[in-house]
Ligand binder design. Structure first.
Ligand SMILES: Cc1cc2nc3c(=O)[nH]c(=O)nc-3n(C[C@H](O)[C@H](O)[C@H](O)COP(=O)(O)OP(=O)(O)OC[C@H]3O[C@@H](n4cnc5c(N)ncnc54)[C@H](O)[C@@H]3O)c2cc1C
Length: 492
């Protein structure tokens, strides 16, 4: 391992660490990514890759291999025994990805690793982080590898080392929250039988909720609440019994691929930043798997942080820009914890009154257009935004993809710098764009008189229906909140 000082040390090569490292390396930053295991996990854990994650992958230029590997699911059915209580089509507004892409986590990790290597990066396996220390201008990490102990230094550190994060402990950050009392089993099975392969089935049964996710035409992921954990995990007969008694008797389990018992916790780190060290992914937040948000939320942490670290390393970030990572993503994760808690309670409650309410409410709610729209946009993470962020003006909402002049579209131009969408002729805006040309590219706003500044991660930093001198001043103020120019004094 080359121990010269790196730009960033990333601890933990799960999906979040791999994606973050790749986003830094492809823009020329030196990264040391260490992983205590000998290789990637072989488990299928996180299955559902949400539309917003696919959009993020598109902006990062890596969507296609994920789409090639995906099994597409377009709706969720809610069943009570043989009765179909309702159906939720996954039809999010204004996305090129109106579906959930089912991709086992080991496959997602292999794809992210391949993209990291293609960009010139690598994982240092069998290397464990033991301790972290910080000074004013560096962060130092104590590593152990092959029986040798040594320290490495970098300008920044990111702990993507999972729920038991050593980095979080070393930073003295609390992991506040609790656990759900219920026990759960998970099983990936080969099946025969007649169930649509483009639909997930959710069965909020009196004996405990069961969910069935298609992984391919014949493979299914079963997750179910159980009274007592089967010793050593569920076997094939146990899974078939669950299917027979919870409303999916049509499905025959023919082979168990992977089975596990698990408990659910909901916790959040008190902060996602301490000095030069950051937390992302499960190291910063864990929650119920109802809603399949975990890996998706972590990948969005990485996406939010990568461009801010790149600007900081280039000497172009204001202190507020790096601070905004913790405030924006802490708030986003808090919303995810609330959402998954609500879904868990609604689906898993075995209280008789709750069951009766659920049975009446589901058919009503799944017929309400506004409910379907809000629920699906939330679940698909397309409604994630940064409304109270100190570095944006307005709602900080996701910018939808749109065609630009010269045949390109917006998402193809994001990932690296800001995009300023403005009328083709607007000299005052051209002056602002020219001053910030190190980080802003100017594009013609087709068919619109106003302006829109889109951040490198695809969120709107500033928007106005007009393009006056006042708008140009406001635009400059927003940019100066985040970007420090080498000749900033001259801008006053
Ligand atoms: C059964 C199950 C089903 C799930 N289903 C879904 C789903 O459908 N959708 C979804 O979005 N999420 C799901 N999740 C959650 C998802 O798996 C996690 O959110 C995701 O793995 C988090 O990624 P991460 O990179 O933050 O952490 P991890 O995947 O936990 O990776 C952390 C890495 O850090 C390494 N590490 C730890 N400590 C050190 C150290 N000191 N030094 C070096 N390396 C270290 C670990 O070995 C590990 O490889 C599921 C989880 C489980 C268990």
């Amino acid at each position: 391992m080359n121990n010269s000082k790196k730009d960033v040390i990333v601890i933990g090569a799960g999906p979040v660490g791999l994606f973050l490292a790749r986003e830094l390396v492809r823009h020329g930053r030196s990264v040391l990514l260490v992983e205590k295991k000998d290789g990637q996990s072989a488990h299928s854990k996180a299955l559902a890759v949400m539309p917003r994650t696919l959009e993020v992958f598109e902006m990062a230029g890596i969507a296609q291999p994920f789409l090639d590997a995906a099994h597409i699911v377009t709706k969720a059915a809610l069943l009570d025994g043989n009765e179909r209580l309702g159906e939720l089509p996954i039809e999010p507004s204004l996305s090129r990805y109106p579906y959930v892409a089912m991709i086992p986590q080991d496959v997602s990790e292999a794809l992210l690793l391949a993209e990291l290597r293609r960009s010139g990066g690598e994982v240092n396996y069998a290397t464990e982080a033991l301790a972290v220390e910080q000074t004013a201008d560096a962060v130092n990490v104590h590593l152990r590898s092959g029986g040798a102990d040594y320290w490495v230094s970098a300008a920044y550190l990111v702990g993507t080392d999972g729920a038991h994060s050593v980095v979080r402990h070393a930073l003295g950050l609390e992991f506040e929250g609790g656990s759900y009392a219920a026990a759960f089993v998970l099983a990936d099975i080969e099946t025969t039988g007649e169930l649509p392969a483009d639909e997930m089935q959710l069965c909020p049964h009196a004996a405990g909720a069961l969910a069935c996710f298609p992984m391919s035409a014949s493979r299914r992921r079963i997750v179910a609440m159980v009274d007592a954990e089967p010793e050593g995990g569920p076997d094939l007969a146990f899974v078939q019994h669950l299917l027979d008694t919870r409303g999916l008797a049509k499905l025959r389990a023919s082979r168990l691929i992977w089975g596990s018992n698990f408990k659910i916790h909901h916790r959040q780190a008190s902060s996602m930043r301490s000095g030069r060290a950051f937390l992302a992914g499960d190291a910063a937040h864990i929650h119920s798997p109802f809603g399949a948000q975990g890996m998706n939320t972590g990948l969005q942490d990485a996406w939010n942080l990568a461009w801010k670290l790149r600007l900081a390393l280039a000497g172009l970030a204001t202190p507020e820009l790096l601070d905004s990572y913790a405030s924006e993503r802490h708030a986003a994760a808090e919303r995810v914890i609330r959402l998954t808690d609500t879904i868990t309670k609604a689906m898993a409650s075995r209280n008789r009154l709750a069951q009766a309410i659920r049975k009446r409410a589901i058919p009503i709610l799944t017929h309400l257009d506004w409910f379907k729209r809000v629920f699906v946009d939330t679940l698909t993470e397309l409604s994630v935004g940064y409304p109270h962020s100190p570095i944006v003006q307005g709602e900080g909402q996701r910018a939808t993809d749109e065609p630009l002049a010269e045949g390109a579209h917006l998402y193809q131009c994001l990932g690296a710098g800001f995009v300023l969408l403005a009328p083709p002729i607007a000299p005052l805006l051209d002056e602002v764009a020219a001053r910030f040309s190190a980080v802003v590219s100017r594009k013609a706003h087709l068919g619109a008189d106003g302006i829109c500044l889109v951040r490198p991660d695809g969120y709107v930093a500033f928007e106005s229906a007009s393009a006056t001198a006042r708008d140009a001043r406001l635009l400059e103020q927003v940019l100066r909140k985040q970007v420090r120019l080498p000749n900033a004094a001259a801008l006053a």
